[in-house]
Each structure stands twice: as C-alpha cells, then as structure tokens.
Design a protein around this ligand. Structure first.
Ligand SMILES: CC(C)(COP(=O)(O)OP(=O)(O)OC[C@H]1O[C@@H](n2cnc3c(N)ncnc32)[C@H](O)[C@@H]1OP(=O)(O)O)[C@@H](O)C(=O)NCCC(=O)NCCS
Length: 154
C-alpha cells in the first residue's frame, strides 16, 4: 500500500530510519515528535511487513494560516514512482483542511528532483538564502505555495 496516512508517534522509529537514510543531518525521533502535535502535521507511507524504514514521509510546522515544510523524503529504492507527489499532495490537503493558506519551504539549489516536484504542485521560487545548508554548504531557494492559486494537480 502506497497511500499516505496521518503521521503518529507510532511511525517515528521508521521515519527516523528514513531520515538517516536520506539526509546528512537527519531529524531524530524526538525532534520528529513535533510533527505529531498541535503545531505540526505529517503524513507517512509506512513500511510494509518485514521493512523497518518508512517508504516516504513529509512534515510541516504550522503557525495560524502559514505552514512550513520541514522535510520530504522517499526511500531511495522507491523513487520516481509517484510517492513524493502523493506525500506532498496529502500534506497540502491536510494543511488546507486546518486553514493554512500559504506554505513555504527551503530546498538546496542543486536539488533538481525536489525543485521539479514542488514546481509541479504549484510552488514558486520567492527568494534565496545564502549558505543555508551545511554538509555540504549550499544556498537554499525559498519556495511558496498559495492555496487559492493551486489545484494540487500537475
Ligand atoms: C525529491 C523526492 C522527494 C522526490 O520523490 P519521488 O517519489 O521520486 O518523486 P515522484 O515520483 O513523486 O515525482 C514527482 C515529480 O517530481 C519530479 N522529479 C522527481 N524525481 C526527479 C528526478 N530525479 N529528476 C527530475 N525530476 C524529478 C518530476 O517532475 C516528477 O514528475 P514525473 O515523474 O511526472 O516526471 C525524492 O527524490 C527524495 O526523497 N529525495 C531525497 C530527499 C530530498 O531531497 N528531499 C527534499 C528536501 S527539500
């Protein structure tokens, strides 16, 4: 099953394993708890039986009508199958349902797959942050999605 579902604390060990697989500075299980409570939301495609790493996940922090995507990740062996798009779409739908109208994110300027994914869902580049990332040091694009201008469809 590759349908995104709401992230709960029960998913966190598998999501932390996915973070370690995908990022040089992974979020810990305790940091990820933020996404399961009032100020955050998350979606996950959980591991299948026999797997210990989530298939995909996405997280967002929320303040009033503004969301900020913390991370999106798809297991390396499952990329280019539509899981990333399914996760971001589900995250935006959940955010919209809670009254979020604007969603921001940062992405490495070299991360062409992620930039293409976000653009295909209606995000636009609105700025650059110098040396935002470490390991390796790199600039970030700031991208923004506005609910009324987007359909969540490619
Ligand atoms: C970015 C990421 C989440 C995309 O997930 P995915 O499941 O492979 O993406 P999808 O299969 O849903 O692809 C959706 C669209 O994204 C774009 N895309 C995805 N991978 C791409 C690639 N390697 N090259 C170019 N475009 C790509 C395409 O527009 C694609 O649409 P298409 O398949 O119709 O052409 C995944 O590559 C990943 O986990 N990367 C490592 C972690 C990361 O960089 N996260 C983002 C942090 S800001």
């Amino acid at each position: 099953m590759n349908n995104p579902t709401a992230l709960t604390e029960a998913h966190l060990p598998a999501v932390a394993a996915l973070e370690r697989l995908c990022f040089a500075e992974p979020w810990s299980e305790s940091a990820l708890k933020l996404l399961c409570h009032k100020t955050g939301l998350g979606v996950v495609i959980p591991p299948e039986e026999g797997e210990d790493t989530a298939r995909a996940y996405g997280g967002m922090t929320v303040v009033l009508d503004e969301g900020s995507i913390t991370n999106i990740a798809v297991r390396p062996d499952l990329r280019r199958l539509g899981l990333g798009r399914a996760v971001v779409t589900a995250l935006l739908e959940r955010a919209k349902a809670t009254g979020v109208t604007d969603v921001y994110l940062e992405v490495r300027v070299s991360n062409e797959p992620a930039i293409a994914l976000y653009r295909s869902l209606g995000f636009e580049t609105v700025g650059t942050r110098k040396n935002f990332y470490k390991l390796p040091t790199e600039d970030a694009y700031v991208m923004k999605w506005h609910a009324s201008e987007s359909t969540n469809e490619k």
